[in-house]
Design a binder for this molecule. Sequence first.
Ligand SMILES: NC(=O)c1ccc[n+]([C@@H]2O[C@H](COP(=O)([O-])OP(=O)(O)OC[C@H]3O[C@@H](n4cnc5c(N)ncnc54)[C@H](OP(=O)(O)O)[C@@H]3O)[C@@H](O)[C@H]2O)c1
Length: 322
Amino acid sequence: MSYLMLTFTLIIAVLLIIRKKMKGVSCSVDRDMTGEVVVITGSNTGIGLETAKHLAKRNATIIMGCRDMQKAKQAVAQIMQETQNKAKIELFQLDLSDLDSIRTFVKSVKSKFDQITILINNAGLFGLIEKRVTKQNFEMIFGTNYIGTFYLTEQLLSLFKKENQNRILNVVSYIQKFDSPDYSFFDSNKKYEHIKAYFQSKYYLTLYSLYLNEQYQDSLNLKSVSIHPGVIDTEITRNLCSSIKIINIFLNSFLRYIYTFFIKTPIEGAQTTLHTALINFNQLAGGKYYKECKVEELKQITIKYAKETYNFTNDFLSKLKY
Ligand SMILES: NC(=O)c1ccc[n+]([C@@H]2O[C@H](COP(=O)([O-])OP(=O)(O)OC[C@H]3O[C@@H](n4cnc5c(N)ncnc54)[C@H](OP(=O)(O)O)[C@@H]3O)[C@@H](O)[C@H]2O)c1
């Protein structure tokens, strides 16, 4: 009996340790953000919505860039309710899979704001089993997560003013150890593997953070970092669920309780984004990759590849006349 009790206690203890590790750490920094203007993409749900809510509570003006305006209006209503109608929010439509939509979004932002201080590239797409292409004929995951985010960022750069402390925070993911950038992802005829497309898009975005930091740290007083938020229970699995029924059945069964016991909630997933937005500017490690509110060194993210990839992307878009 006592042996059984001991085994049971040990199993519970191990499960609780795993849970604690999976749930991650909380952001322990704070500051008043009065006067700051923060653009957040994909802020109608998941990590983006939590980020918007928490920065709005600290008095930042939030510009929400969202694809689904119906969901976005509900998100705005939720933020207003949680801030007793004190939040300062502007909502504009943004579809990162369409470069023309990005142009329209930027025009709308520029018509109302002459400066921004933080850009949080949070929006992301995962798990499209069937290949799709963007309006400008990029593979959909790569075109949204990397090309769209790159183009948006380039278009917004003129709103960062040197007299401010500026940040660009790119929400990426786990970064695989690629040997070098694979430019064949720019070709929409490439054989489609959705997982590879996702991880390459996040690898490119991590290289882009380093490039931005190198290029604009002095000239714009701007720091850029990448963020791995962990594994979070959000709508990110929606495409997988609609294609692979077994995942849907799993997520809608009692097994969901076990799964959600271990992985992060959206607010837990937003902690590293909040940390990099709130930490004192001098303490933010520009160009770096953050995980669990701490810097993690990635040897595969080099300035050589960052510059090469930036030039390749820029030339590619110029040839498309964007
Ligand atoms: N959840 C995880 O475990 C996990 C792990 C690692 C990294 N991440 C990253 O974390 C970020 C936030 O994801 P999440 O977990 O919060 O997922 P989510 O709940 O699915 O949120 C993703 C957001 O991106 C938006 N989006 C997708 N495609 C878009 C497009 N073409 N144009 C504009 N917005 C678009 C979505 O808008 P709609 O509602 O209109 O679709 C949604 O607001 C993503 O970059 C994701 O890759 C998540």
